[in-house]
Design a protein around this ligand. Structure first.
Ligand SMILES: [Ca+2]
Ligand SMILES: [Ca+2]
Ligand SMILES: [Ca+2]
Ligand SMILES: [Ca+2]
Length: 768
């Protein structure tokens, strides 16, 4: 005992480092063993718990095993049932490993060695870091994103680029310049590569710079603050400083999409409580194109802010960017973890993270522009605008540890790891059929960087996306006045799902056309087969629109992971007429059992053991996506000229495709390819890269099937190449991409009139 008490103590401390949570000394040495554990003289063993016979304790089994192999039992290791530390006396030199190998009760054993460990702590000399409560909250326990442990393991977003789509980015700032990515940047307002913000009369073109600072402000440079992913690159796309058109938005969403991994969008339609708007056809097409072709086919990650219309009872399900299945919709909570007055609720919200609250609560400290009255640093960044970039930064951390996560993997991991933080009854948490908790206020809960990164490390890509679409269900039925409801149901049978292979759900969408004299009064619920209900259309007192909804798509994430089969019920209340509706399910072939198994794997990884080890799952390399069309339209006049010039080419190509497809269909050829999806093996691609999405059948944008096939799978380009021999693959790709961006029959692309869609796309900073 005299020779090595310090050794024993240090070994004990080392074990403490590897075992979490920490254990008390008494449980570690329960029986006061006579000999200490010297270096190289201790073995950790895992006993076969199943071999403990009735009336006999594990502890006794451990004693007898220790005796059999000539060691002494030093007790259970922490709280790890069945794991014991066995030690050798100072003089013994028997071959313990062989004895343990032979012992039938020992499942696993390992001789312990001294582990080299140095104390970890992150300290920064950035003067405002201590006020960045969202990164480390010393005042309100748990009210931060839990990121410091991730940084301590050198996970800071290295190798990942996040682009801020906003009003510009002052990349010359000390906190931005070293992390600035000119390769990912562009200025769509002035058509040049430099997204530098322009000073304006209101001094408010600082928004993009503030968001960028939250993501990747440089650490340890004695200046201002630290970003969530301070090792990542940050780019800027300037698009909000001037009139915004659908095509500009579309270009922005795909700009440099092999450089930019995550698109952070802290803006959206007006949050006035009466607007119903979202991406227009080109913007929608670009979002879809981005998740298919961005990041070498793993999909661009679009993070959007849920909106700041809380005080007007606005709801993010009336915001098409939030509703979109391609976006990660992020809401805000204040420093108390509560919904601030400005934050919107909705069924399509995935999760929340921190931002400003009432006047008494702290706002977000981040970089700021130094133009006009700016100092390069602010403690006043607010609104859901401030929340979305934090989420984008956390996604960058996830992608560093696992670069091949698909856009859907990222959404899944958020769903699996977000924490239910507010037990308030008003939070209205519901547990769905797969065991996930969701609240219209908080999505699946609070984003937690530690949990996200650990889950990312062990996450295997989900099977490819499949969808199911009901026919358009025409009703023309009157909707009774509140509180009576009109209920419409639609059954989705197993045999219908078998075609696509869908077993469990991700997003569920409902597209409705409702005539109503005062839209404010309509309330729409969707109930999934499990009984989980979503308020997809909330009442908005300020919405005095007299036309109702025309083909508006509401979506919900609340049925995530549940079985897809069964009866869906649409419940609408208040005096109006439901003209028609349509149900769309998105999901995959994962079974409910597999969803539950994944939850277990994710929770099992939360100890951080996989971050510490050199553990790595294989990552496929991704696909070669043809180079971007370089700046095709620099001005609207040039664009018109180009479009006119291409008209003949597009038309002939489209006609060829249509004729060919019809021909194929008759021979039953395409059904085998389309209905089953392309088999991954046939093209050497991983399942996760194969995306099958059925066309969104809105009338104005019905896409020819073949075209759709191409969107679905990069490998299909080869097929087309063989078919249309008159075109080079490059020409073909370019043409297809232009058409694909539009998601419209080629002739409509040409004829479509460009309009300024949403000139007042508002930045989502709240005015407190
Ligand atoms: Ca510029
Ligand atoms: Ca700094
Ligand atoms: Ca809104
Ligand atoms: Ca979304």
């Amino acid at each position: 005992m005299a020779s090595s008490p310090q050794m024993c103590l240090s070994l004990y401390h080392l074990l403490l480092l590897t075992i979490s949570p920490l254990r008390s000394h008494s449980s570690f040495f329960p029986s006061q063993p006579s000999s200490p554990c010297g270096p190289g003289r201790s073995w950790a063993v895992r006993l076969d718990v199943g071999s403990v016979t009735a009336g006999r304790s594990l502890e006794r089994l451990a004693h007898s095993v220790a005796e059999e192999v000539g060691l002494e039992n030093h007790g259970q290791v922490g709280q790890l049932e069945g794991h014991y530390l066995l030690c050798q006396g100072a003089e013994d030199s028997a071959d313990v490993d062989s004895a343990l190998d032979r012992n039938p009760h020992v499942l696993w054993h390992s001789q312990e060695h001294i582990l080299r460990r140095s104390k970890r702590s992150v300290t920064f000399n950035d003067p405002k870091y201590p006020s960045q409560w969202h990164l480390h909250n010393d005042v309100k326990q748990g009210m931060d994103i839990n990121v410091t442990g991730v940084w301590e393991r050198n996970i800071t977003g290295v190798g990942i680029t996040v682009v801020v789509v906003d009003d510009g980015l002052q990349h010359t700032l000390a906190d931005i310049q070293p992390n600035y990515s000119p390769e990912g940047s562009y200025d769509l307002n002035s058509n040049d590569p430099d997204p530098m913000p322009h000073p304006d009369g209101h001094s408010d073109n600082h928004h993009g710079t503030r968001c960028a600072g939250e993501i990747a402000a440089v650490s340890n440079n004695r200046f201002c603050a630290v970003g969530v992913a301070y090792g990542a690159k940050v780019a800027g796309i300037r698009v909000l400083d001037g009139p915004l058109t659908d095509s500009m938005e579309a270009v922005a969403f795909n700009k440099h999409y092999q450089v930019n991994d995550v698109y952070s969008c802290s803006w959206g339609p007006d949050d006035d409580g009466r607007t119903v708007d979202g991406p227009h056809p080109l913007g929608k097409a670009a979002l879809q194109h981005g998740v298919i072709a961005g990041r070498r086919g793993f999909g661009s990650i679009f993070v959007v802010a849920s909106g700041n219309g809380g005080q007007y009872d606005d709801n993010c399900n009336y915001d098409g960017y939030a509703n979109s299945i391609y976006t990660v919709t992020i809401g805000a909570v204040d420093e108390n973890g509560k919904r601030p007055f400005y934050a919107e609720e909705c069924a399509s919200m995935l999760a929340v993270t921190f931002s400003s609250g009432s006047r008494q609560l702290r706002s977000i400290v981040t970089s700021d522009w130094s133009l006009q009255s700016g100092t390069g640093c602010t403690d006043g960044h607010t609104g859901t605008s401030a929340a979305a970039p934090l989420a984008a930064g956390m996604v960058a951390l996830m992608l560093q540890v696992r670069p091949c996560l698909s856009w859907r993997d990222v959404q899944h991991i958020i769903t699996y790891t977000a924490t239910q933080h507010d037990a308030d009854a008003q939070a209205d948490w519901g547990i769905n059929g797969a065991g996930f908790h969701h609240s219209h206020k908080y999505g699946f809960g609070l984003l937690n960087a530690w949990r996200l990164v650990n889950a990312a490390k062990v996450w295997e890509s989900v099977p490819f996306l499949v969808s199911y679409q009901s026919p358009v269900l025409k009703t023309n039925e009157g909707i009774p006045e509140y509180p009576k409801t009109l209920t419409h149901t639609w059954n989705v049978s197993l045999s219908e799902l078998r075609q696509s292979g869908m077993q469990t759900l991700e997003h569920v969408s409902v597209t409705v056309t409702i005539v109503h004299p005062r839209r404010a009064s309509v309330e729409i619920w969707l109930v999934c087969p499990s009984g989980m209900s979503s308020l997809i259309g909330a009442q908005r007192p300020l919405d005095v629109d007299t036309t109702g909804f025309t083909d508006w798509t509401f979506s919900t994430v609340r049925c995530w992971g549940e079985r897809a089969e069964g009866q869906y019920s649409l419940q609408i209340t208040d005096h109006s007429v439901l003209k028609h509706w349509k149900l769309t399910l998105y999901g995959s072939s994962m079974s409910l059992q597999q969803v539950k198994e994944r939850r277990r794997v994710v929770e099992d990884a939360m100890g951080g053991q996989y971050l510490d080890r050199s553990f790595a799952l294989p990552c496929p390399p991704g696909i070669d996506v043809p180079p971007e069309i370089v700046s095709p339209f620099t001005s609207s006049s040039l664009k018109s000229l180009l479009l006119l010039g291409c008209f003949a080419l597009f038309w002939s190509l489209y006609y060829t495709l249509e004729v060919t497809l019809t021909h194929w269909d008759r021979r039953g050829w395409s059904t085998t390819g389309r209905d089953r999806g392309f088999q991954a093996g046939s093209t050497g691609l991983e399942d996760s890269q194969v995306v099958e999405i059925q066309p969104e059948m809105d009338n104005e944008s019905k896409v020819p099937d073949l075209l759709h096939l191409f969107e679905s799978h990069a490998g299909a380009l080869d097929l087309l190449h063989r078919l249309v021999l008159t075109q080079s693959i490059d020409e073909l790709t370019q043409n297809l991409r232009t058409v694909r961006r539009a998601r419209l029959p080629a002739r409509n692309v040409i004829l479509m009139k460009e309009v300024i869609t949403t000139p007042s796309h508002s930045c989502r900073s709240s005015v407190v």
